[in-house]
Design a protein around this ligand. Structure first.
Ligand code: NAD
Length: 360
């Protein structure tokens, strides 16, 4: 049975990096008879230029119909001055996430041993790092009501937000994390602030309840302040981390920076059925767009995640990840991960190298 993949190149370096990921997907599609069919649509600034809105109805329809979505990146300075926030590129992304109910954000932080020098931590602490942060993406304090800025007694302005999760929201992200841990090192650390915040007391309770269903996964709990400290002290102690929207936002960026190379990091945002949107963690890098300097590996690794989590082709994902590692062993580097003695390559040359490694 064929599976439909929607490709959203987006803006800036988006089209360049997606082109390389698509070449990789075309090859494995043929090699492994995956039956993938591809469609392409506009999103972000390029959609604003062509159709006046960042998420045209045709793109949203195509996203709903697809089995999985691969996105490059959106945004750029030429669209940042529009006073109407609805006509900004980022609205395209947020629109897809909310319309498709993509609540589960998976962000691996992997440091290939070949790139250990790129981290701000000592190589022995970070080399070989392979952790996965599972972040709840559509709830918590970023969305809780009521919220706003009001004037209280005495004319004093007061800002307020509401940190709220119901048990169903906690359970569904918990399941994503337990399932992911089951496929990896079988260790799950749930991060909360249960010593201060009642909402995370409930979070902890639900994680404990779920753990009865996943007896093969070792569950632990950690307060968020300690988790931040442990991530920079001894990050390799973690396998999978699960946490709410705000803590996940902060911890996943810290974890990403442990790897020192934003051009290497993929991500996934999943719905309740495992359908997802896959994208690199970085943005559209307008400063290097169109120059052949962008690192396509984060997008290629996002395509691998897509095969693993949404298209039931985990072995093919393994092959792509091994090909990326092989290319790094060949000392090929785009500018963002370049170091002395390595060979500088362009975006398309890096894509060529991954394709060649897959052809064996
Ligand atoms: P950015 O991630 O685009 O760039 C930060 C720095 O990293 C730049 O120096 C850039 O050249 C470099 N970089 C990023 N990706 C790279 C790659 N693949 N290879 C080599 N170098 C790379 O972040 P920014 O500059 O803050 O934002 C630029 C635009 O991207 C903004 O419009 C922003 O809103 C948008 N953005 C989009 C997303 C997304 O689409 N998910 C995420 C973040 C930012």
């Amino acid at each position: 049975m064929s599976k439909n993949v929607l490709i959203l190149p987006g803006d800036g370096i988006g089209p360049e990096i997606v082109t390389e990921a698509k070449r990789v997907l075309d090859l494995v599609n043929e090699q492994c008879s995956l039956g993938l069919e591809f469609t392409t649509a506009l999103i972000g600034g390029s959609a604003i230029d062509a159709e006046g809105v960042p998420l045209p109805a045709s793109t949203l329809d195509a996203a709903k119909a697809a089995d999985a979505i691969l996105l490059g990146a959106v945004g750029g300075p030429q669209w940042d001055t529009n006073p109407d926030f609805q006509i900004r590129p980022e609205k395209g992304l947020l629109g897809i996430r909310s319309n498709l109910g993509l609540f589960g954000n998976l962000r691996p932080a992997i440091l290939y041993p070949q790139l250990a020098h790129a981290s701000s931590l000592k190589p022995e602490i970070v080399s070989g790092l392979d952790i996965l942060i599972v972040r709840e993406l559509t709830g918590g304090i970023y969305f809780g009501q009521p919220r706003g800025i009001r004037v209280k007694e005495g004319g004093i302005r007061e800002g307020y937000n509401t940190y709220v999760y119901d048990e169903n929201e906690i359970r569904r992200i918990g399941r994503v994390a337990f399932e992911a841990a089951r496929q990896r090192g079988k260790k799950l650390c749930s991060v909360d602030k249960a010593n201060v915040l009642e909402v995370t007391v409930l979070w902890r309770e639900i994680m404990e309840e779920l753990s009865a269903e996943y007896s093969d996964v070792e569950l632990s709990h950690m307060y968020v302040d300690n988790a931040a400290m442990q991530l920079v002290r001894a990050p390799k102690q973690f396998d999978v981390i699960v946490t709410g929207n705000m803590f996940g936002d902060i911890l996943s960026d810290a974890a990403a920076m442990l790897t020192g190379s934003i051009g290497m990091l993929p991500s996934a945002s999943l719905d309740v059925n495992g359908k997802g949107m896959y994208e690199p963690c970085h943005g559209s890098a307008p400063d290097i767009a169109g120059q052949g300097k962008a690192n396509p590996l984060a997008t290629i690794l996002s395509a691998a995640m897509m095969l693993r989590y949404s298209l039931d082709a985990g072995e093919v994902a393994d092959k792509i990840e091994a090909a990326v590692s092989q290319v790094l062993d060949q000392n090929l580097r785009t500018a963002d991960i370049m170091s002395e003695g390595m060979v500088l390559v362009s975006t398309s040359q890096m894509g060529d190298a991954v394709v060649a490694a897959l052809k064996g």
